[in-house]
Design a protein around this ligand. Structure first.
Ligand code: SIN
Length: 480
């Protein structure tokens, strides 16, 4: 695992020292894990130039040839899943079982897109003119710049990069400064799999250089598409940058997912779903249940059941401790945000039933927290939490639940728990979000589209739609 810890970036098939480094920390211990190459704008431009050159030949390979290379990459990731999982736990704190799960999730994107790349079909169009024939083909858009987050430092890379790579695009990736090693480990294995120089580049940057590098990625004339996962605030800045050269932009931004439990729900299944959605990676996913709405008829029973489940199943600890299910938040700012949301909820009348405080067992640890009596005026209902707080809002009617669920500028995902099929259908149509999960807390898969309505983003990742972000449709008209 330590062999993947490197202070070099990966540009044009070479491991590059930049003469300047930044430190990477273990969020549970606060210890330095190692240092990472600090790339500035000049290195970013070098990587874009390499990707531009490599695009000329990569796009000419057949989809089958590109798929062959990607399949080798997927196999190497699977072979290394334990080492990559440990690395991931070290830099982002996720419990090891979840880290290995993420590595497999990452490998699944590589494998799935390797296959899907062979199916980028165009269409023939019935012509309205006797002397013309009409058809479309799909072509790779060019160099794709990608900026990926720390919460899924492997899977968010392959979800984006593999859709682009199989399409015939080349990639310049800037991983989060919190988690550069998982990205570099993927580059290491990409090189071993035979991905040619310049096709997949990893530019690591310190926080100081992020703004400069991000701007170059979104304004450089040779970049055709940008894909970003992160906060809505940063997404808006990148979108403005990209406007200057009219780049294709895909954005996976913040969420504020409602999880609605109706009176007819199977309570034990609803608790299982809420636990999985809320506490996966300590609540640090864009699709975590941010607001848990429970109908009055089952409110007390649900609260008692989720309290019991939290007390039994959630064990805080270092991600390498086998029993740990809740690891650290990524940094002190994240802990402060959660602490502030709890204090605000209490000030406005919420009742802390479980947890509620920082924990001293490690750095950046916050207790899994259950709050009842939550109202929509509390911060935990209108600010994305990204932490282990489960706020319970009691509601009376379906209309009220839908109104609360949609009263936000976010629209990434939502969850419905109900035993009434008509209600499930009705509510899932009315929720303004890109993803609705019915009687189920976990929904992500390479085969399915991931993306949001409203200010949660633009475009879709994963699935047959994910490749559209990296392909142009060309209409060809034949005169006969
Ligand atoms: C996230 O982007 O935070 C969630 C990733 C997933 O569940 O697919």
């Amino acid at each position: 695992m330590t062999s993947y810890i490197t202070d070099k970036a990966y540009v044009n098939g070479k491991w590059l020292s930049t003469g300047k480094t930044f430190e990477v920390y273990n969020p549970f211990t606060g210890e330095v894990i190692g240092s990472s190459a600090d790339c500035d704008g000049k290195v970013a431009v070098e990587a874009i130039q390499a990707a531009t050159e490599a695009f000329k030949t990569w796009k000419e390979l057949t989809a089958k040839d590109r798929a062959g290379i990607l399949k080798k990459w997927a196999a190497l990731i699977v072979e290394e899943k334990r080492a990559l999982g440990e690395l991931l736990t070290l830099e982002n704190g996720k419990p090891l079982a979840q880290s290995i799960g993420e590595v497999m999730f990452a490998a699944n994107f590589v494998e799935w897109y390797a296959e899907e790349g062979k199916r980028t079909y165009g269409i023939t169009i019935p012509s309205p003119h006797p002397s013309k024939r009409m058809m479309t083909i799909k072509q790779p858009i060019g160099v794709a710049a990608m900026i990926t987050p720390w919460n899924f430092p492997s899977a968010m890379i392959t979800r984006k990069a593999c859709a682009a790579l199989v399409a015939g695009c080349t990639v310049v990736l800037k991983p989060s400064e919190e988690t550069p090693y998982s990205a570099l480990a993927l580059a290491n294995l990409a090189e071993k799999a035979g991905i040619p120089p310049g096709v997949f580049n990893v530019v690591t940057t310190s926080r100081e250089n992020v703004a400069e590098v991000g701007k170059i990625m979104c304004t450089h004339p040779s970049v055709a598409a940008v894909s970003f996962t992160g906060s809505t605030a940063t997404g808006k800045i990148l979108l403005q940058h990209a406007a200057s050269t009219v780049k294709k932009m895909s954005l996976e931004l913040g969420g504020l997912a409602p999880l609605i439990v109706f009176n007819s729900a199977d309570i034990s299944n609803a608790v299982k779903g809420a636990m999985a959605s809320k506490f996966r990676y300590s609540g640090q996913t864009c699709v975590c249940a941010n607001r848990i709405l429970v109908q009055s008829g089952i409110h007390d029973e649900f609260v008692a059941a989720i309290q019991k489940a939290m007390e039994k199943e959630l064990v805080m600890g270092h991600g390498m401790q086998p029993e740990a299910t809740i690891g650290p938040l990524i940094n002190e700012a994240a802990v402060q945000k959660v602490e502030n949301q709890v204090a605000d909820a209490v000030k406005l009348g919420g009742k802390v039933v479980v947890g509620g405080s920082r924990s001293k067992i490690g750095k950046n640890m916050f207790e899994p927290t259950l709050i009842t009596g939550v109202t929509t005026s509390m911060k935990c209902c209108f600010e994305e939490t990204f932490g282990p707080i489960a706020p319970i809002i009691k509601f009376e009617t379906e209309e009220e639940a839908i109104a609360i669920a949609n009263d936000t500028t976010s629209g990434l995902s939502g969850y419905v728990f109900s035993g009434d099929v008509s209600q499930c259908w009705r509510v899932s149509e009315k929720i303004e979000a890109g993803i609705v999960s019915i009687n189920e807390g976990l929904f992500s898969a390479p085969e399915t589209p991931f993306g949001g309505y409203k200010q949660s983003g633009l475009g879709r990742e994963g699935s047959i739609y994910g490749m559209d972000e990296f392909m142009e449709v060309k209409y060809i008209c034949w005169g006969i």
